[in-house]
Design a protein around this ligand. Structure first.
Ligand SMILES: CC(C)(COP(=O)(O)OP(=O)(O)OC[C@H]1O[C@@H](n2cnc3c(N)ncnc32)[C@H](O)[C@@H]1OP(=O)(O)O)[C@@H](O)C(=O)NCCC(=O)NCCS
Length: 181
């Protein structure tokens, strides 16, 4: 796999359990998944949520895959409200990191979210100590709107986050590789 390997997006399926379990094993993924007794239970709960994300208002989740159809990353746009504002999130499996996969897939998904899903404003946030996430947002044409102080609390410690957003009439991003929706 390289930085130019073509990608496609597809809905999550129950058969993706193994890939989700593998993704969850990475320590920095802990906060992307619901809490639970075991990794299997957490993966199952997450997959149940993701496979149901196929329409507004709950939103959409897509597995990002290369030609073997195995998930390499997740892209979601959820909680789409009556103001046509939605929340974007993403993660990449360990083996797919460092290849710009989330950035390219999000750049390709953004026009669909605006034009087909009718989301006017897309928002996302990340802890300030996760600059790669901000770079992905920037590459997908999001603008940084500011810092939300002490927005998140993990293990008793509070974290500032950066808020990014893009509007349907902001300049459209260009993926650096082929990404099929
Ligand atoms: C954040 C995450 C999705 C990034 O994974 P990735 O797709 O492999 O990201 P990449 O390595 O391709 O890096 C994306 C961009 O950030 C840049 N970047 C990476 N580390 C960086 C750093 N420390 N400072 C600044 N930029 C950085 C890369 O150079 C790249 O930019 P480019 O494409 O213009 O070169 C991945 O680490 C992850 O899944 N983390 C856990 C979940 C998470 O934090 N999700 C986001 C929550 S808001």
């Amino acid at each position: 796999m390289t930085r130019s390997t073509p990608l496609h997006l597809r809905p999550w399926r129950t058969g993706d359990f193994g890939a989700v379990l593998e993704a969850l094993a990475s320590p920095d993924m802990d906060r992307q998944f619901p809490s639970g007794e075991t990794a299997e239970a957490r993966a199952e709960q997450w997959l149940g949520w993701a496979t149901g994300l196929i329409a507004r208002p709950a939103g959409f989740a897509f597995a990002v895959c290369a030609d073997d159809d195995e998930p390499l990353a997740n892209l979601a746009a959820t909680a789409i409200d009556r103001h046509d504002v939605g929340w974007v999130s993403y993660w990449t499996t360990c083996r797919a990191r460092g290849l710009g996969i989330a950035a390219d897939a999000l750049a390709a998904l953004v026009p669909w979210l605006h034009d087909e899903a009718g989301v006017w404003r897309l928002e996302l946030g990340h802890r300030l100590n996760n600059p790669a996430s901000g770079r992905i947002a920037e590459r997908a044409g999001f603008l940084r709107e500011g810092v939300e102080r002490a927005k998140l609390k993990y293990e008793g410690r509070r974290y500032d986050t950066a808020r990014w957003a893009r509007l349907a009439d902001d300049p459209r991003p260009k993926a650096r590789r082929t990404v099929e929706l």
